[in-house]
Ligand binder design. Structure first.
Ligand SMILES: Cc1ncc(COP(=O)(O)O)c(C=O)c1O
Length: 375
């Protein structure tokens, strides 16, 4: 098979080892690779161990988990949901699936996530228009926990529930609690490029038993508890297959090792670029980041696009920050609160390869590449 390799060093290939291979073989040998069953149960138990969430449901993707979280809150056609402008489209698309209206809120510069001040402003303006948003989706981008306390406090004042999109922050903690467990619901991603991968997949974190039962039912086509296929409501095919869960399980059993490698890489990058005109974005004193992707902001005279291209030409897959949602053709008419912060992030932000399995030689090559760019 042609490997189709475009880069020598990719942004975030999975970090697989012998444990992962053995675990996957064990699932195959068990003969149960289909959705649900004991491997999925074991993976969910491991997610609960890491996050201390009372309920955790493994699903086919983080996007599916966000969709179910919105369904649990009863989002219907015409309802407004607040979404960060600086995020991946998957934070917004499930709102669209339900016919919701997306209101965008821009970021603060410390964690790159939703600004509590802009959130407050957005809620005030929407209130004047007699719009009561049905939910706020809060991300923890690149693994960096948001100013969660401040966001939750604004949300409480306006009585709007928060769904945490912790797709990128599995293994990240805020004030000692796992991201995704602060809001009414939280979602995780185990996509192929994430810190811990299951090949693909996600999880929904909940606090309430009856909500967990509802979501579990929806994820399995809302099949009624009868010995034949009988349906009273519409559901979804969102369950996670056992083969996927097996890999996720062994990856989460390697949490300490993988997170230690991530922190080491962040330290090496931060030290190596000390004198260069690019600032690493660090975790805040109240948070602990998984450093999914090492994010840097270039000084104003430099363009992230140029550095990204320079590194890519050298076989190193660097990437720019997420393109602002309020600038996407899909959302150009959406409500927006902010002053173009995510546009600046896009112009000046760069993400460097961050796989926990990067070899020292590869790390040196990336650092050399960045240094060469600045001459
Ligand atoms: C911020 C964010 N939200 C949601 C998702 C969706 O997760 P998934 O790819 O598992 O559907 C992703 C990643 O892919 C993401 O980066």
């Amino acid at each position: 098979m042609n490997s189709g390799k475009k880069f020598d060093i990719y942004l975030h290939p999975p970090c697989l080892d012998e444990t992962d291979r053995r675990q996957t073989e064990e699932v195959l040998a068990s003969g149960w690779v289909a959705p649900g069953g004991p491997w999925v149960d074991a993976f969910e138990k491991e997610i609960r161990r890491l996050t201390e969430s009372p309920y955790a449901m493994a699903l086919s993707s983080g996007t599916a988990a966000l969709h179910l979280a919105l369904k649990l809150l009863g989002i219907r056609t015409g309802d407004t949901v607040i979404v960060p402008s600086h995020t991946y489209i998957a934070s917004a698309s499930p709102v669209h699936y339900e016919g919701g209206r997306i209101a965008l809120v821009d970021s603060e510069p410390e964690t790159l996530n939703m600004s509590p001040d802009y959130l407050e402003y957005a809620l005030r303006v929407l209130k004047k228009q007699h719009i009561h948003p049905r939910a706020i989706i809060l991300t923890h981008l690149y693994g960096l926990p948001a100013q969660t306390d401040e966001i939750l406090s604004v949300a409480r004042r306006y009585d709007v529930p928060v769904i945490e999109d912790a797709a990128e922050s599995v293994g990240s903690f805020y004030r000692g609690r796992h991201t995704g467990t602060w809001g009414r619901a939280g979602i995780l991603s185990f996509n192929g490029n994430k810190t811990f991968t299951a090949g693909g997949g996600g999880a929904l974190l909940l606090k309430d038993k009856s909500e967990a039962e509802k979501a579990r039912k929806w994820a399995a086509h809302a099949k009624e508890d009868r010995p034949y296929f009988y349906h009273k409501q519409w559901g979804y095919n969102y369950m996670m297959p056992a083969l996927t869960a097996g890999l996720g399980l062994s990856q989460l059993k390697r949490t300490e090792e993988i997170l230690a490698r991530k922190r080491r890489l962040h330290r090496i990058y931060s030290q190596a670029f000390g004198n260069l005109p690019l600032q690493p974005v660090h975790e805040t004193p109240e948070s602990r980041s998984n450093y999914w992707l090492n994010a840097f902001l270039l000084d104003e005279n430099f363009q992230a696009g140029k550095l990204t291209e320079f590194l890519q030409q050298k076989g190193i897959e660097a990437r720019r920050f997420w393109y602002p949602l309020h600038k996407m053709p899909l959302l150009k008419d959406a409500f927006y609160a902010g002053q173009g912060e995510s546009e600046t992030f896009f112009e000046r932000g760069i993400l460097l390869p961050s796989s926990p399995c990067l070899a020292d030689k590869e790390i040196e090559r990336i650092i050399e590449g960045v240094k060469n760019f600045f001459g």
